[in-house]
Design a protein around this ligand. Structure first.
Ligand SMILES: *[C@@H]1O[C@H](CO)[C@@H](O)[C@H](O)[C@H]1NC(C)=O
Ligand SMILES: *[C@@H]1O[C@H](CO)[C@@H](O)[C@H](O)[C@H]1NC(C)=O
Length: 215
């Protein structure tokens, strides 16, 4: 009985590990072969004999991202697209620049938890838990502070200082993905019917149409 139970526990653990993040690599590395047209869950491996140091390398994170946009922020990702050596490793990085009072609007990462550290300025950050609580957990961070956004939860950041702010974030996927709430709800192609959104948000068609134009 105990043995059966522990097998079940192991099985449950295996499944929870499998869905919690990307799969563990089964070899030293699997540098993404960006020329291969074969579609798999992830990217196929480049011939290991042909792998170079440059496959594990990215340069440019010292460069400020252009925050001249309506929201005043810019993400410079370093995921498998920018750094092929990240393929299958379940990890990536990004730099986020914020203009004064700029925001990184509410969004989720379907495949990654995110750990953020402020390297310049100060940020208000927060995330919201799932139903039914929808608890909003937020904090003001200063330089050197670290905050974690659990996988899948809607989160945001705002620069609360009068100067530019910079954060570096680690993500538990080589391909974390991003779902910006405003874009997916009001900017889908084609649109979700205005009357569906009006009813969902309990507002008028006009308000929804305005939002759909903005996104
Ligand atoms: C990988 O590259 C090496 C060196 O060019 C070559 O000898 C080998 O056949 C290649 N392997 C595959 C599977 O293409
Ligand atoms: C920043 O982005 C704005 C808006 O897209 C553009 O007009 C401007 O030239 C960019 N600045 C730099 C330094 O690339």
């Amino acid at each position: 009985m105990a043995r059966i139970f522990s097998s079940f526990a192991l099985l449950a653990l295996a499944f929870s590990l499998a869905i919690a993040s990307d799969h563990s690599p089964l070899q030293d590395f699997c540098v993404a072969d960006t020329n291969n047209q074969v579609v798999v869950n992830g990217m196929t491996c480049k011939n290991a004999s042909l792998v170079q140091a440059s496959d594990f390398y990215f340069s440019g994170l010292h460069n400020k991202g252009n925050t001249s946009n309506a929201l005043g922020f810019r993400v410079t990702p370093v995921s498998v697209t920018q750094l092929p050596g990240l393929n299958t490793l379940g990890i990536s990085l990004a730099r986020i620049d914020y203009a004064p009072f700029g925001i990184n609007p509410p969004h989720t990462h379907p495949r990654a938890s995110e750990i953020l550290t402020v390297v310049k300025g100060s940020l208000e950050v927060g995330f919201v838990t799932s139903n039914p609580e929808n608890r909003h957990i937020s904090k003001i961070l200063k330089r050197g502070d670290v905050f974690v956004f659990p996988v899948n939860l809607v989160h945001y950041q705002r620069n609360v200082g009068k100067v530019n702010a910079i954060a570096i974030v680690g993500l538990s996927s080589q391909n974390p993905g991003v779902i910006p709430i405003g874009n997916v709800v009001f900017g889908s192609k084609p649109d979700i019917s205005t009357d569906i959104l009006a009813k969902a948000f309990q507002t008028s068609d006009d308000v929804i149409s305005n939002l759909q134009v903005k996104f």
